[in-house]
Design a protein around this ligand. Structure first.
Ligand SMILES: [Zn+2]
Length: 332
């Protein structure tokens, strides 16, 4: 079974400007990571407006669509160029395409830009215009009851977390560097109202490595997934926790991402009939991005992830703090 990859050259035409880390070459690098793998390439269709409005404020969607072909500064880090709105619609459409493929039981990866997980209901933020994975998760809810979103990008996915924080049908599990941009994602942020316990934030100190991340996934994600029993697993696959990344300050290697992908894969196989899709988020060192996308994809294609050594004392302590915050809701 090939890995189904959704991407489009028009996503190269989102140009935030000289020196901006979220640059077109990222997409080229991510695709290079697929070289020689058993991949079926798909060109996405732009996400329909109703799919955007199922997640974002209709006024914000209208504001974005009106920027098609125009340059605008939406946030100190987030700008549009002529091609940005088309790129954003294709990115969200690619995430939807990947989800539809995953729902048919075949693994998929949406290689997209701009990324999505910082975009709020009514605002662009942190290089993100539309919350691609949230749009895709909401789309999936027409078919399945429970969706697990795993966000291993080095930044907290504030947009995705806020969009689902009052809901128990979409569980968001998010590892991230803390303290760090965007400042959200503390362990005590566990969701609200009906969604209490269905937001799992795993703030980690800088310098965590493969063993620490593997420990967080084994000690927290695996038991929660066993109790939540997702029918679809989605990954906000950012690669800025890589040791070579210029923005993140973590020490994860390509092999570490293979280990994390292995957790997602096993959860999907055990509870979700193999339904698994990844959506690219951050990752700003081109070679690290290519190698990490490749390592993830190899696991999606069935390769066994490597073994890692144990966690550090700091990693163990960070996981303990999350267990304290989450133990009213889950058994560990
Ligand atoms: Zn990031």
């Amino acid at each position: 079974m090939p890995l189904h990859v959704f991407s489009d050259d028009a996503m190269l035409l989102h140009e935030p400007g000289p020196g901006h880390p979220e640059r077109p070459g990222r997409l080229v690098a991510a695709r290079r990571g697929m070289d020689g793998l058993d991949v079926a390439w798909h060109r996405p269709t732009p996400a329909p407006r109703e799919a955007l409005e199922a997640v974002h404020d209709p006024d914000y969607v209208a504001q974005l669509l009106a920027l098609d072909g125009r340059t605008a500064l939406l946030d100190p880090d987030t700008v549009t160029s002529d091609g940005s709105i088309r790129a954003a619609l294709l990115a969200a459409g690619a995430a939807i395409g990947a989800v539809d493929t995953a729902l048919s039981g075949q693994p998929a990866f949406a290689l997209v830009r701009p990324p999505g997980h910082h975009a709020e209901r009514g605002a662009a933020m942190g290089f993100c215009l539309l919350d691609n994975i949230a749009i895709a998760a909401e789309h999936a809810r027409k078919t399945v009851e429970r969706v697990l979103i795993v966000d291993w990008d080095v930044h907290a996915g504030n947009g995705t977390a806020h969009l689902f924080e009052r809901r128990r049908d979409v569980l968001v599990f998010d590892t991230h560097q803390s303290p760090f941009y965007p400042g959200t994602g503390h362990a005590h942020e566990v969701g609200a109202e009906d969604g209490l316990g269905f937001t799992v934030n795993v703030p980690l100190p800088a310098g965590m490595d493969d063993g620490d991340y593997a420990h967080a996934f084994a000690a927290l994600l695996d038991p929660i997934a066993e109790q939540f029993r997702p029918e679809l697993v989605l990954v906000s696959a950012g690669y800025d926790a890589h040791t070579d990344d210029p923005l993140g300050e973590m020490d994860v290697t390509d092999e570490g991402f293979a280990v994390l992908a292995g957790h997602a894969r096993r959860i999907a196989d055990r509870y979700a009939s193999g339904r698994l899709a990844c959506v690219l988020e951050g990752g700003y060192d081109l070679d690290a991005l290519a190698a990490s996308v490749r390592a993830t994809s190899q696991v999606l294609l069935g390769a066994a992830p490597p073994a890692v050594r144990g966690p550090s004392r700091e990693g163990i302590a960070a996981v303990r703090r999350v267990i304290e915050a989450q133990k009213p809701y889950w058994r560990f």
